[in-house]
Design a protein around this ligand. Sequence first.
Ligand code: SF4
Length: 710
Amino acid sequence: ALTELFSARRSCTTCPYCGVGCGVAATREMTSAGGEEVVRIQGDEQHPANKGKLCVKGSSLADTLGNHGRLLKPRLHGVDCDWDTALDFAASKLRETIDEHGPDSVAFYLSGQLLTEDYYVANKLMKGFIGTANVDTNSRLCMSSAVAAYKRALGADAVPCNYEDLDEAELVVLIGSNAAWTHPILFQRMQAAKSKLVVVDPRGSATSEMADLHLAITPGSDAALFNGLLHYLAEFGALDQGFIENHTENFTEALYTAAEWTPEKVAEYCSLELEQLLEFYELFRTTEKAISFYSQGVNQSSTGTDKNNSIINCHLATGRIGKPGCGPFSITGQPNAMGGREVGGLANMLAAHMDFTADNVERVGRFWNAANMAKGPGLKAVDLFNAVESGQVKAVWIMATNPAVSMPDARRVAAALKNCPTVIVSDCVADTDTARCADLLLPATTWAEKTGTVTNSERRISRQKGFLPKPGEARHDWEIICDVASRLGFAEAFDYASAADIFREHAALSGFENNREQVRRAFDISALANISDAEYDNFTPVQWPVNAANPQGTARLFSDGDFFTPNGRARFIAVDPQCPKQETRDEYPLVLNSGRLRDQWHTMTRTGRARKLLDHSEAPELHIHPQEARKYGIEDAQLVRVESEKGQFFGRARVTASQKPGQLFAPIHWSDSLAHNATVSALAIPFTDPFSGQPELKQVAVKIEPLSAH
Ligand code: SF4
């Protein structure tokens, strides 16, 4: 009542956390004459992803603002410097390294936190002008198996579904997803729709507690479960023969491979009761509108791509794709994992979803007027940091991410960075485990200041709009990249006046010589290539493709049964289920799983600032089943050490029946700089999926011991 509002400015932007991509209305208010400005955060009621709702992380965004802990000036070898000195250093080190050791001796490592415009110029600089495709991203750790599987089955990295399909579905099968915590707004939509929920997850979670059926499968056995489902659907006459014959190929091979997976064999392999398994299979067989909703539990595996394809196979076999309430729906973890892919944010892609074919290299080179195009794929994340360690990569620029914490065998990655001749880190915060390895730190803007676009899990492009001024000397990532490009001698190609300029070029490239008869390219937003600055500023969220055929965007793909493969047919993939590579054995008898908590985000550089969010879980905990706790003499809240072949993790035991015997769970958010030996990914051996390069982070063979009484 005492508040006298005399000024308020409202900006519509998007939440910087998960791939749901909720619309956020940020209002700057002056509370009284001469008083402090406050920021009020609400859900944007006009945004189709969330219709005004926000989860606890999104609604606490105002508590994460402020300059505490921010990097506000460039810092060279630990000493503040001016921008000219910093940019000259970055450009000269890159130039020296390229001249002496060739373009492949440099690498960029990007982030799903960057905006599409940032990603676009980083990719253009490396793949068009420096001449290497050594540009990868932390999205490799998150969804690259889903990308590889969509490309194998559907011909393109093209998510078929949209969020309205969740409203219409009668059955949602959540596989490897704790959506109630990790994608809460979508989980609320599922609950509101009153669809049947089946959760496939080795551990009990907030999501499984609300499920109609929880299948606590053996870790890593997902492909067997879905091979068995394919076999069951065929046995019980649930196939859509017309769809299979008219719109797919390779069905016979996939079914032949699945044939050995009888319900009895699947139940034994997956450690399920036969009745439970048959209940799931019957639900899927008899429910017309079914969505499979999957996330990191499927993707972060040495066979993640095959697991994805085993799920997609079941949708193709029943024609449950391209229809309302149906489809295989992979959900991204980060706010702009999809936007990064659109511009070639993965080392094996060029730009606008193009592969590295000779035609595409020539076409993109012509569009960019770039004489030094990369000719083939670069190093994927794990290989990229291996190359840093071996000395093959001698200069690396890391933007908005913390690989010294998030990569498998993370402490080895940190050591490799410390030994690397040149490490440049752009970030908004001054002190991360990765920033500590940097020669040069570049202060970048962050969520409340950045301006550009992001794409959420349903292919919806939205604006992220800064509503606060840049703090200190921080600059936008795209500006920093363009300034370095200019100093490298590429000023003309990186002469952008605004993020809108970059977006228009990106949109134009997506449709450049995109002849549907010859080039079946899914990602096409060419209808946005000529939008004005005002239209960009007032951008209405839209789902790609946005082209001449679909000028208002495309809510659902493949409604016509026409896929992006060369012959227009979707491909069944014959999947031979494999065990996780990190197998338990006498020395390491337990399987360590890891994941997110409800109230934290990544390495807590933002959420760690909000007291309310820390209250949910203040320190790293290690979840263990009571039987296992008894076996090792561990009591609740006792300090424990978990050890793998690669490293150790310390946490407080949380004895809970939500874990199965033989399995442990730890959160991913803490790092060694926040708590002693708290980096959980440091324990993982960096085995990767052969198709996607995604590392196996979910199944790590470990042992455990108690450390003290309490
Ligand atoms: Fe942000 Fe995701 Fe929560 Fe939406 S669901 S408010 S995008 S964290």
